[in-house]
Design a protein around this ligand. Structure first.
Ligand code: FAD
Length: 452
C-alpha cells in the first residue's frame, strides 16, 4: 500500500480543505489532501448538462463575503451581477400573482406593517449576536428552546406575515421546517449575513456570480497543490495520538502531525477514529443534521420573462418552488431559471416519478413566469440528498437546543484533529465564504501549534 508522510493531512477538497492546504503550504508545511470523490469542490460543482453550463451547487457571492471575495480576486476570477431589472413576482395565499419592486412583498398594508415591525425587532436581536459565539448571548438558552415558528407565532397571528418572515431563514437558508430549529439558530443564520434584513434582500445575498462557475475556486486552489491532492481517497480510519495521525484511505495511507477534517460534520461518523473521539464530540456530532433542498435548473432558448418586464426574481411561501431567479450565464443567449424546493416539499417530490416531479416543479415556475416556463430545453434537478459525501443541502445546523448546548465546541480541536467547514462558520455560515474562513482558521490553529 502507498504510504506518504506530511506535516498535515486534510480530509476533503472542498473550499475549506483547499483553502487550509494552501495556507499551510504558504507557511512552509507539507500537506496531503485526500478527497473521497473523483473531483474537487465538494458542494461547488459547475457542470455541463445537455450542453448547458449549470451551477449544480453553490454559486452566489454577496457583498459582505470578504473571505470569498478576496479569494476570487486573488485567483484572478471575474464576477457578474445577477440579472435584476424589472419587476419581481409574489404569489399570495389565494394564488394571485403580484408584481413588485424592492424588498417588501406586496401584501396588505396591515400585513406589511406587521412584517416591518417584526423585522425591526429581529434586526435588533441579530445585532446583539456575535455570529462566532451566538451561545454567549445572555438570552441564548431561552432563544434556543423555542422553535422559529413558535416564536414568530407568538409575535402575531397574521399567518401571511409569519410565513413570509419564516421563509428567509427557513426554506431559503436552513432548508428545514421552521418547527425543526430554534429562534437562536435562525438568529445565527441572519447574524452570519450581517442582519435579518440582509438575508431577506435578494439583491444583497444573491448579488454576484463567478464567470465560468464558482467551482473554479476550489479547482484553482487544488491546482496550486499539484500532486498533493489525491482523488478517490475516502478516509475510512483515522488513528490519532499526541504524536500525530495516520489516515487510512482506500488506496493510500498518510502519516502526519496534524489533521483537518474539512467536510460536513454529518460525515465525521463515517470515519473510524482510533481511539474513539471524546464523549463531547460523540454527543455534539449527533445534534447536527443537514437541511434539504432541491435546486432546479430550467434552460430556455431565450430569457423570455425579461420581455414581460420581469427580473426573474420570484417568491411565495405558498408555492412548491418557494423562490426562483434569473440564473442566465454570463454572455449566454439562452435564459436560465433556477428554482428551489425545500424540506418537506422536497421529501414529497421524491416520492413521485421523475416525470411527475418535473411537471409539478415547472407548473410552479409557470405561476411566476407564465406558461412558457413549462417548456425548457434543458431541465435538471440537483439532488444533493443522494450524494454519499454530502447528504443534503445546503449545509448542517443544530437541532432544538443544540446550538446553545454544543456550539462552543464545534471548532475545538481534539488533540491533532482540527475541524473546518462552512457548517461551523460564524460569518459566512453555510456559505463558501464561511468555508474559506474556517479553512483559514484551522490552518492558523495548526501554524500556532507548529510555531511556524
Ligand atoms: P464541502 O464542499 O462539502 O467539501 C467537503 C469535501 O470533503 C467534499 O468534496 C467531500 O467529498 C469530501 N469528503 C467528505 N468525507 C470525506 C472522507 N471521509 N474522506 C475524504 N473526503 C471526504 N454557498 C454560497 O456561498 N452561495 C450559494 O449560492 C450557495 N448555494 C448552494 C446551493 C447548493 C445546491 C448547495 C448544495 C450548497 C450551496 N451553498 C452556497 C453552500 C456552499 O456550497 C457550501 O457551504 C460550501 O461549498 C461548503 O464547503 P466545504 O469545503 O465546507 O464543504
Amino acid at each position: 500500500e502507498h504510504e506518504i508522510t506530511r506535516d498535515v493531512v486534510i480530509v476533503g477538497a472542498g473550499a475549506a480543505g483547499t483553502t487550509a492546504a494552501n495556507e499551510l503550504r504558504r507557511a512552509g508545511l507539507s500537506v496531503a489532501v485526500l478527497e473521497a470523490r473523483d473531483r474537487v469542490g465538494g458542494r461547488l460543482w459547475t457542470d455541463e448538462i445537455e450542453g448547458a453550463m449549470l451551477e449544480l451547487g453553490g454559486q452566489w457571492v454577496s457583498p459582505d463575503q470578504d473571505a470569498l471575495k478576496e479569494t476570487i480576486a486573488e485567483l484572478g476570477l471575474e464576477t457578474f451581477d445577477r440579472y435584476r431589472e424589472g419587476d419581481s413576482v409574489y404569489v399570495g395565499p389565494d394564488g394571485a400573482v403580484h408584481r413588485f419592486t424592492g424588498e417588501m412583498f406586496p401584501v396588505s398594508a396591515e400585513t406589511e406593517a406587521v412584517i416591518a415591525e417584526i423585522t425591526e425587532r429581529l434586526d435588533a436581536m441579530v445585532a446583539e449576536i456575535d455570529p462566532d459565539r451566538p451561545w454567549e448571548h445572555p438570552n441564548a438558552a431561552e432563544w434556543d428552546s423555542i422553535t422559529w415558528d413558535a416564536w414568530l407565532r407568538r409575535q402575531t397571528d397574521d399567518d401571511e406575515a409569519v410565513r413570509n418572515l419564516a421563509f428567509a431563514t427557513g426554506s431559503a437558508m436552513l432548508t428545514k421546517p421552521t418547527h425543526a430549529f430554534s429562534l437562536l439558530q435562525s438568529l445565527l443564520m441572519a447574524a452570519s449575513a450581517g442582519s435579518y434584513s440582509n438575508l431577506v434582500d435578494a439583491d444583497f445575498i444573491l448579488d454576484k456570480r463567478v464567470v465560468g462557475g464558482l467551482q473554479q475556486v476550489p479547482q484553482l486552489l487544488a491546482e496550486r497543490l499539484g500532486d498533493d491532492v489525491f482523488l478517490n481517497q475516502p478516509v475510512r480510519t483515522l488513528e490519532w495520538s499526541d504524536q500525530g495521525v495516520v489516515a487510512h484511505a482506500d488506496g493510500m495511507t498518510v502519516r502526519a502531525t496534524h489533521a483537518i477534517l474539512a467536510h460536513a460534520p454529518v460525515l465525521y461518523d463515517r470515519i473510524s477514529f482510533v481511539p474513539p473521539l471524546p464523549r463531547r464530540q460523540h454527543q455534539l456530532h449527533q445534534h447536527l443534521s443537514m437541511g434539504f433542498v432541491i435546486k432546479v435548473h430550467a434552460v430556455y432558448d431565450r430569457p423570455f420573462w425579461r420581455e414581460q418586464g420581469l427580473s426573474g426574481t420570484a417568491f411565495s411561501p405558498y408555492e412548491l418552488s418557494h423562490e426562483a431567479y434569473d440564473n442566465t450565464n454570463h454572455g449566454d443567449e439562452r435564459g436560465t431559471l433556477v428554482g428551489f424546493v425545500s424540506d418537506q416539499n422536497a421529501d414529497d417530490l421524491f416520492t413521485l416519478s421523475a416525470e411527475e416531479r418535473k411537471e409539478r416543479i415547472l407548473e410552479s415556475l409557470s405561476h411566476y413566469y407564465g406558461p412558457e416556463a413549462k417548456n425548457p430545453v434543458v431541465y435538471y434537478e440537483s439532488d444533493w440528498g443522494s450524494e454519499e459525501w454530502t447528504r443534503g443541502a445546503y449545509a448542517a445546523s443544530f437541532d432544538m437546543g443544540g446550538l446553545h448546548r454544543y456550539g462552543a465546541d464545534l471548532r475545538t480541536a481534539v488533540g491533532p484533529i482540527h475541524f473546518a467547514c462552512s457548517d461551523m462558520a460564524g460569518a459566512g455560515y453555510q456559505h463558501v465564504d464561511g468555508a474559506i474562513r474556517m479553512g483559514r482558521l484551522a490552518a492558523s490553529q495548526i501554524l500556532e501549534k507548529a510555531g511556524a
